[in-house]
Ligand binder design. Sequence first.
Ligand code: C2O
Ligand code: CU
Length: 527
Amino acid sequence: MRRRTLLGAGTAALGAGALTAAGWPALTRYIREGHPGTVLPSQTELPAPFRTPLPIPTVLEPTSTSATTDHYDVTQQHTDLEILPGLRTPAWTYNGTFPGPTIVSRSGRRTTVRHRNELDRPAVVHLHGGHTPAASDGYPTSLILPADGSYDAHRVHQDMSGGPHGSSMGHHPMDLTEGTRTYTYPFDQRAATLWYHDHRMSYTGAAVWKGLAGFHLVHDDEEEQLPLPRGDRDIPLMITDRSFAADGSFRYPALDPQLHTPGVTDTYMNGVMGDVILVNGAPWPVHRTQRLRHRLRLLNASNARPYTLQLDPQPPGGAAFTQIGSDGGLLATPRHHDTLDIAPGERFDVIIDFARYPPGTHVRLINRNTHGPAAQIMRFDIGSGSPHDDTTVPHRLSDIPRLDPGRATHTRDFHFRGSTAGWTINNTEYEPGRALARPRLGEVEIWRFTTNFHHPVHLHLNHFQVLTRNNRTIGAFDHGWKDTINLRPAEAVEIVTRFTHYPGTYMLHCHNLEHEDMAMMADFTTH
Ligand code: C2O
Ligand code: CU
């Protein structure tokens, strides 16, 4: 493996020059209209819902294990998938599937994942929700170049240039690895539902859309001692929306269909939404279940689409979702919801008790915030028996120490804005190597986020607790340890966090992937 660094001086201010030329004025219109994305219609007939059985991503076996560490291998490759019946969808995959294989780790044990890039362009892997040393966090210019040698530093720069993306390479040294790269995850963190996905600068939206996303679950003793549903009643559900061309290929409104120039066309600068809902990669699937409690690990891996999830019909008495966990693992106590708002990047661990329904009920999981095809997600077909259920949801799930905002040493403001200047944080477009904050490890900090549009704000390295929303008490979906928070237009939240263990450069960004790609990202450097 050869490794090089290179100074980006030759292309400094690439984006800064280009961005005023193209579609940014369109943003002001979107901000007025307030839609968190624009639907790209499919050009193929949409499949009938509830025909495909729900796929469960396979759990990856370690290549080797030692006393302290489990080693995994993943190959990023071009794969033809059959997502729509009878049609071929060329995808970018981890090990040939979308979602990629689920990796299951144990808190306190180290995991390494060696990624080999057999795609025809650079890749970056980020473990979302991981408490990860900077070198393995998936910095957007820490690239795994294709194994076939088709990319060199010059070509990397070519792919970053042009387009109204707003990001500038600045003078930051890039970190290029050819062919393979090993990511090390210490997992000095509690049980949680994490996910891994591509994070390449300016191309994350396109890469995730084409299939580069998978689950990474962390287990620990505390959670295993609880009498919660497990095994095939503990189901990860990756919810995405996609659009398809007539030949079955993914449709994505990139400025350059070959994806060698960043950016999407003006119409989709507020975010790309599809009209086909995939759960674990299958369109509107159906899952046969027994009348028993199930744990669903809900992940919104869509580029831009927020969902308001609801079961239809609702069980008698409502409160269909018993939330037991958030992005960062178990809540202190369960919370009951009729509907669940989930923004891109967020996870909710919920228990659904299908025994509350009459035998044989077909229960749809629907999205209340839209109409048309995207308003349905999947269906659970409940069996007719009355099996004994030995699981329960305890009233006490975990101890969550409150971070004391009174001990904060810094309060920092981050304004997430769209305007004729583009998608910005504190009026600046992303530039690798330019840190907007330098928090000291171990210190409590209050960070305040404000918006003028929908932005799911995601913080790397450590989870946080939400203190206030719009100067009032926090929202129904803000509880527990979070790494992504759903902000609507003209909202303000305060969060409290403490960065720990790892010095280095990390990111804060909008998880609407088109906003992220078009520069709504910032570095912060811990020390
Ligand atoms: Cu899920 Cu920095 O991203
Ligand atoms: Cu955003």
